[in-house]
Design a protein around this ligand. Structure first.
Ligand code: ARG
Length: 604
């Protein structure tokens, strides 16, 4: 039989981009499966790495198709006697490949694969020469929207927004690395009835609009509170504020201008936080979608989705007993009408295939209803297994030591800037205590404190499964032992210093040196390194940054415990190969840091 390489479901991507080990093996198994049961159309290879779970006892990867296949073909005249014999055939039909050292069939038909250590070594060397971007996975979509951070004007950015900013930025980075064009959207809350009261209050405080600026207003949150107090206690003011909303919506110049001024002050505040966190975003706030709402609702109405309920206009969706209100009883639009318009815009104007919303789990029902409405309208396929699709990435609460919602001392919410200040000053104290930092210039101390401090805050958030609540604890996140950014950053710096101390030119070694993985520790490290690509792919598919954190932590662990404690580097006969292994580890660690939004440290 001729062996055709039809690899429909797994595109290898363009030149110079290698696909993950898992995908490459899956391709081999796909060929074998077609050969094993000719005519069987549904032969999606089920391949997984297994060295983690079994300690390598069953090889490095496993193919689990035999059992499924047997259940389909038993009773037919195939000559197979049971799953193990199907497994044997799958193994026999595997095309020869330099990737594979050996195979075996175990138990009920698992095909176990041991990778060739030579092949692993060559992959590492090629990555070092061509750059780690050649290990980027290729996903089957071109463009995504990540809607994240999205604070509200005149209200403080709080820890919830910090979580959204950190998680959203990482997801965007991972997708971008995987060749997806990402539109990073800041869906700022810049519209709504609160602006009536804010504007009226602004007019009262500053009869001369020229005087309005950040310095004069000071804390916008306090400004919001004061105006709210007046709104609740002064009926005459309340009336004026309500009228102001109408005038603002009607586009009256003086009102638009005041609105813009207020937004601008908030924006400056938000940007300070983004800059410190190294996060880039493009603002398309709620107001941006206003002009689209009427026609989007008209479309939904024409499709028969919109009903009348208690004076409001609503959409009913499956499985939820309350309707989604899209026009309030006073005729105004709301959060949901804006989100429907935004979704429409992202699908039709921006042509995004995957639209990802990062907010706390409290908004899950809102998004569930918006997505279901979009499915009823035929904007999205009913089934989430194909694009275009919309996904809500929910996350849990940040808790304080008392197990309650995180707050600082007297304030109701935690100001993000204060939190970042504290992270930096604490890490600076720790950095200054280190011997190595004694004669660093001030600039270096600052840079390192920021990298470590902000990195610690980010990593403490990202390493958890995002759906669970987590306790915010400075002492814990800044500990240099355990699963923390500090530990990982220092581990990276130590690897860099091994390379420095060797006195060798690493670029020269990349060109002329070789990697050998004869020691178990070397092989274990090499294997973990070549699995980077499939881990990023998995983290992207499941939108779970913690997957990448686990990988990074394991990498550091394997480096230290399996490799470095058993394999002498400097001065050993294997020095060149081992230095290259150090360099490969540092390279992969740095890419992990980058994807997690953490700035690496090279010296400590
Ligand atoms: N501004 C909202 C909040 O602070 C988050 C917006 C999320 N994005 C969206 N498209 N609804 O809770």
């Amino acid at each position: 039989a001729t062996k055709t390489r039809s690899i429909s479901t797994m595109s290898v991507g363009e030149d110079n981009v290698s696909s993950s080990v898992k995908r490459q093996l899956a391709q081999l198994f796909e060929i074998s499966l077609r050969e094993t049961v000719p005519g069987e159309s549904d032969v999606v290879p089920i391949v997984d790495s297994c060295s983690d779970k079994s300690g390598g006892k069953f090889g490095d990867y496993q193919c689990n198709n035999a059992m499924v296949l047997w259940s389909k073909i038993k009773g037919k005249q195939t000559g197979f006697r049971g799953p193990p014999s199907v497994g044997q055939a799958i193994m026999k039909n595997l095309p020869p490949s330099e990737m594979i050292e050996s195979c075996s069939v175990a138990g009920p038909g698992f095909v176990n694969v041991v990778l060739s250590k030579n092949w692993i070594a060559q992959s590492l060397l090629r990555m070092l020469i061509d750059g780690i971007d050649t290990w980027a996975p290729r996903l089957s979509l071109k463009r995504a929207v990540v809607d994240f951070s999205s604070p509200n004007i005149a209200k403080e950015m709080h820890v919830g927004h910090l979580r959204s900013t950190i998680i959203g930025d990482t997801l965007a980075r991972m997708l971008e690395f995987s060749h997806v064009e990402v539109l990073r959207r800041n869906h700022v809350g810049d519209w709504g009835t609160q602006f009536g009261m804010l504007i009226e209050f602004l007019f009262e405080k500053f009869p001369n609009p020229e005087e309005v600026n950040e310095a004069a207003i000071g804390d916008l949150q306090a400004f919001y509170k004061a105006s709210k107090l007046k709104f609740d206690s002064d009926p005459e003011f309340k009336q004026r504020a309500q009228l102001a909303v109408v005038r603002l919506q009607g586009g009256e110049v003086r009102y638009r201008k005041a609105w813009k001024q207020i937004c601008e002050i908030s924006r400056t505040e938000f940007h300070r936080v983004y800059e410190r966190l190294g996060v880039q975003l493009e603002e398309k706030g709620e107001s941006f979608y206003n002009p689209y709402i009427p026609r989007v609702l008209e479309e939904l109405d024409n499709k028969g989705l919109i009903e009348e309920s208690e004076g409001a206009r609503v959409i009913f969706v499956d499985g939820v007993n309350i309707p989604l209100i899209v026009v309030k009883s006073d005729g105004g639009f709301n959060y949901a009408s804006t989100d429907l318009a935004a979704l429409w815009y992202r699908l039709n104007e921006e042509k995004a295939e995957w639209i990802i919303y990062v907010t706390d789990v409290g908004q899950q029902q809102h998004f569930d209803m918006v997505f279901k409405a979009a499915k009823r309208a035929g904007w999205l396929p009913a089934n989430d297994s194909s694009y275009p699709k919309a996904t809500h990435v929910g996350f849990g609460l940040v808790l304080g030591e008392d197990g309650k919602r995180f707050r600082t001392r007297n304030t109701e919410v935690v100001r993000l800037v204060d939190l970042l200040d504290e992270a930096k000053s604490r890490s600076k104290t720790a950095v200054l205590e280190r011997d190595a930092a004694k004669d660093w210039p001030e600039e270096e101390v600052e840079k390192t404190s920021e990298a470590v401090g902000y990195g610690a805050v980010k990593y403490a958030d990202l390493k958890n499964n995002r759906l669970s609540n987590y306790t915010f604890n400075f002492d814990q996140m800044l500990n240099d032992k355990g699963n923390t950014a500090v530990y990982l950053l220092y581990a990276h710096a130590r690897i860099c210093s091994i390379i420095r101390k060797s006195g060798k030119d690493i670029e020269e070694l990349k060109r002329n040196g070789n990697i050998v993985l004869d020691h178990d520790g070397e092989r274990a490290l090499g294997l973990h390194l070549v699995q980077f690509s499939e881990v990023v792919e998995e983290a992207c598919t499941n939108l779970l940054p913690s997957t990448l954190c686990d990988y990074l932590y394991n990498l550091s662990d394997i480096f230290t415990k399996k490799f470095y404690s058993n394999c002498q580097v400097i001065g050993s006969p294997e020095e060149t190969s081992r230095l290259l292994l150090c360099e490969a580890t540092a390279t992969v660690m740095r890419k992990c840091f980058y994807l997690l939004g953490i700035v690496p440290v090279y010296k400590i």
